[in-house]
Design a protein around this ligand. Sequence first.
Ligand SMILES: C[S@@+](CC[C@H](N)C(=O)[O-])C[C@H]1O[C@@H](n2cnc3c(N)ncnc32)[C@H](O)[C@@H]1O
Length: 520
Amino acid sequence: MSTPGWSQGYVTDTTYTDRFFRELSPAWLNYAVALNGVRPRDLGRPFTYLELGCGFGVSAIVNAGAFPRGEFHACDFNPAHIEGGRRQAAAFGIGNIQFHESSFQQLLSLDLPPFDFIVLHGVYSWVSAGARQAIRRIIHEKLKPGGLVYLSYNCLPGWAIEAPVRRLLLELVTSEGGDTAQRAGQALSQLQQLSASHLRYFSAHPAAAAAVDSYSKGPGNYLVHEFLNQTWEPFYSIDIADEMAEAETIYAGSATLADNHEALTVHEQAAVAAGKLKTARQRQLAIDFAVNRRFRRDVFVRGAAGHEPREAAPYLSEAVIGCLGNPDRIGSKVQVPRGMITFQEDFIGDLRSLMKRGSMTIQEAAAALGGHGRNEAEIVRNLTFLVAAGALMPFAQARQGSHTAKPRRPASETVERILAQAVEHSAQRMLPSEAAGNGVPVSPVEALAITEALAGADTEAMLAARLEAGIRRLDLKITVEGRELRSGEELASYARGAARNALEDLLPALLRLGLVVEPG
Ligand SMILES: C[S@@+](CC[C@H](N)C(=O)[O-])C[C@H]1O[C@@H](n2cnc3c(N)ncnc32)[C@H](O)[C@@H]1O
C-alpha cells in the first residue's frame, strides 16, 4: 500500500465511492434525537454543520442544497476528494458549503465557527487512534452546547466472525503487485479459493464464507476502503460511549431509526432478560448481542443543556414527517428488523390520503388520523414505526403541495443542473429538497422523463415517444433484472412504463417536495 506522509496509513491511491447518506441530514438527526426526548436543533434559523472525512462531499453538498440557511463545512485530507467536491458544488450552483483539505489533526488550526452539527460517516473505525483522538478534540472544542454529533462505526459483536477474514485478506494483499485496487482484486481471488478449499474456519462459520462471496459482488473500491486501511477496528458501543464522554457528549439516539424502537429490533424474551441486568452498560451490551449489530449510526448530544431526558412527546409531536414517493404505495405490511408488521387497512388508507396533501408535524398527522375509535398514542407509535420502516421519512418542513395548473418548471437552477447531469453522466443523482431536508434520488431515465415532461411532453404517449428517442440518442443503457434491453419492442415498452411512472408518481412527488413548481 502506498503511504505518503499525510495519509497516515489511510488508502489514498483509490478514491472513495461517491455515495449519499440520507442519515446525515440535519432533519433526520433532529428526528432521531426527538424520538428519545432530546431537544432538536432549530433549523428555522441559520445553523452550522461540519462533515469530517467527507469523501467527495456528496452528502454534504446535497444537504447544503436542501438547507440554504445552513453554513456547511466539509473536511477531508485527500486532495482528489476535496477537489471533486468543490467542482461538484460549483457545477450545481451550491454556494453555502466550504471544503477544507485538511487532516483532522490540523483542522483546529483553521478559523472555523462553532457547530450545531458535526457528522462523520464511515470514518471512525477506519482511522488511527491518533485521528480518532483528533476527532474527539474537534467535537470537544467545536460543538455547541446542545449540538449533535453523528458517528457511525463497525461494531461488535456483529463483526466477530468476519474480522479474521479481513485480517487474512490484508495479509494476502502484501504479496501482490499494482495499485491498491489491483492488489485487492488479486487477493480477493485467493481468498475465494481458500474459502472454497475446506478451511475449517469457513465450514465452522458459514457467515464468513457468505461474506467472501459478497465481496466480489460489491464495487471494488468499497472493498479497498472497507478493509485495506492499516487501521480497521470494530468497537463495542459502550466503549464508544466512554470515548465520546471525553468530548462531553452523551448518547441521544440512533440514526438507524428502527434501532430506537426495541419492539422492532429485539425479541421480547431478550428484552426481558437484558432488562434484568444490574447496570445500564450491561443492558446496552446485552441488547447489542440481542441484535448482533455490525454497524451503528449513533447520535450524541453535547452536555446536559441539550439533554433533558423526558417523555419524547414534546419534541416528537413537532417533528415533521412526509412521504418521499407516491403515498398510494404505502403498504399495510412493512418490513422491520424483526420481521413484518401489519397495520389496519383503514388506517393506512387514511394515511395515504393525508400524505398526498404533503408533509406535516406528527401532531397534525395524529389529529387528522384521529377518531374512528383510534387512540392518539397508538397513532403516534404507528407513525414512528412507519418512519422506522422507511414508508415515511423525517422531513424538514411542513409543506402542503398543490398541483393543478400547468406549465411547471424545475424549482431552481440547481435542480435543473442536477437533472441535466444525471442524464449526461448516465448516473443516479440526488435532488436537494428543502421540504424533505434531504436528497431525493433520480435515475438518468427519471431525470430525462422529468425534463421532457416539463418541456411539454405531458401525455403518456408523447412522453413515452420522447423518452424512447432520448434513450437511443444518449445511448443510455437500460438494464432490467440484470439484463440489458436492446430490442426496439423492449425499449418501447420500457419507455411507456417509465413515462407512466413519471407522470403518475414522480412529478406529483416532486411537486409535493417543492422540486418542481407551478409559476404564480
Ligand atoms: C471510508 S471514507 C468515508 C467517506 C464518506 N464519509 C462516505 O462515507 O462516503 C473515509 C474518508 O476519511 C478521509 N480521512 C481518513 N483519515 C483522515 C484524516 N486523518 N484526516 C482527514 N480525512 C481523513 C479519507 O480520505 C476518506 O475520504
